[in-house]
Write a protein that binds this ligand. Structure first.
Ligand code: NAD
Length: 361
């Protein structure tokens, strides 16, 4: 069924959704700006082979709203956005990213972009040929963004365990990690370092073996990743993996991972809550890269990865405590709190003259 875009925008408070087409490169993309009331909206570029336009648009809306929530809960003076490219074999990839650079430049700093699935340093370099409103991976520290994410996930996981048992007690824990990409490997390194037992699933056999050799972890069949008896299930692959069928298979006490939009639908947060599984909200745990990138570009400082972990651990603990006090799912509470921050910012912005794009250092 087609998406009713204007209804969805009104319901979820979007500022603007733009369809982008570039004839020369055959680029087809959507840009969702959920909130730029603080001056700038941050959001990466995802390039993915979507089934159709509808699926791409839905992904764009979900991801940009999640970015707003992430920024709000991380206390950053920025809102959320996302650009999704509909990948296909005849796409002129370099040309497409240059065309995006032109579009971003025309927005004059209202949208600030960076990496996401399908968009790495090489693609961002093409965007940077046309605009300065794009993450520079150099000064921000190569690899440091994913490291910041992994540190935040580890800290948030620790906060969840403390919330349940009063202690992390890592050496007595079994953690199942789904996905051994940049974030998954960073997380595994930390877990192995504190003595946790790690089981990991990875669909790319080469990556799986590399991680197995480096960390001496147990590899499990990806087909059985939801069925493992464990303390924590850590999704670090793709979004939408927890739905009615997979949730029914879980045998963990905590879900805490780095993947964006882990829950297929928002009501799955309540489902996990009813089952007694503590779901630590993904958009809190995986905000490390955003915090590091945003502070670098907004304030010119390289926030140490450890400090980012401390910050995310504290935020997670606060959300879990307040959710417990109200007996509601932590992800539901986190979304409500994020929406409150966004509404307050918008009220403040409507009272004051528009500050214009956030000044970048
Ligand atoms: P990545 O592409 O490096 O790694 C993902 C890995 O998951 C790949 O190795 C892939 O083969 C594997 N995978 C896919 N489906 C799987 C399955 N069903 N079972 C097991 N393995 C599977 O990506 P990444 O940068 O590590 O990001 C992982 C997730 O975290 C994504 O959802 C991303 O949006 C999110 N995230 C990443 C960052 C960051 O800093 N990189 C920041 C915020 C959120």
């Amino acid at each position: 069924m087609g998406i009713h875009i204007l209804d969805a925008m009104a319901r979820e408070g979007f500022e603007e959704v733009v369809a982008i087409h570039d004839r020369a490169s055959r680029l087809r993309a959507f840009l969702g700006i959920h909130d730029s009331s603080p001056g700038t909206a941050f959001g990466g570029i995802r390039r993915w082979t979507y089934r159709d336009e509808d699926q791409a648009l839905r992904d764009c809306l979900r991801l940009s709203r999640a970015m707003s929530h992430k920024c709000a809960l991380a206390g950053l003076p920025a809102g959320g956005a996302k650009l999704v490219i509909l990948d296909r074999p005849d796409l002129d990839v370099s040309g497409a990213y240059r065309a995006i650079g032109d579009h971003v430049e025309r927005l004059g700093g209202r949208f600030y972009t960076g990496p996401d699935v399908g968009t790495g340093d090489e693609e961002l370099a093409r965007v940077a040929e046309r605009t300065r409103y794009v993450t520079d991976p150099g000064p921000a520290g190569p690899g440091q963004l994913a490291e910041a994410t992994a540190e935040g996930v580890f800290a948030g996981m620790g906060a969840a365990l403390r919330h349940l048992d009063g202690t992390e007690d890592w050496s007595a824990r079994t953690v199942v990690v789904q996905g051994l990409g940049e974030v998954g490997r960073g997380l595994v390194r930390r877990l192995v370092g504190v003595g946790a037992r790690v089981k990991a699933a990875e669909i790319d056999p080469e990556r799986a073996l590399e991680a197995h050799d480096e960390f001496e972890i147990e590899l499990i069949d990806p087909a059985s990743e939801f069925d493992q008896r464990c303390d924590v299930f850590a999704p670090c692959a793709l979004g939408g993996i927890l739905h009615d069928l997979s949730i029914a298979r879980l045998q963990c006490r905590v879900v805490a991972g780095g993947a964006n939009n882990v829950l297929a639908r928002s009501h799955h947060a309540e489902r996990l809550h009813e089952m007694g599984i503590l779901y630590a909200p993904d958009f809190v745990l995986n905000s490390g890269a955003l915090i590091r990138g945003a502070l670098f570009h907004l304030e010119g400082r390289e926030e140490p990865v450890a400090a980012i972990g401390t910050r995310i651990g504290r935020t997670t603990a606060g959300i879990l405590d307040r959710a417990r006090a109200r007996a509601i799912a932590p992800a539901t509470l986190a979304s409500e709190e994020a929406e409150d921050v966004i509404s307050e910012r918008r009220r403040a912005a409507s009272r004051e003259p528009n500050p214009g794009p956030t000044r970048l250092v």
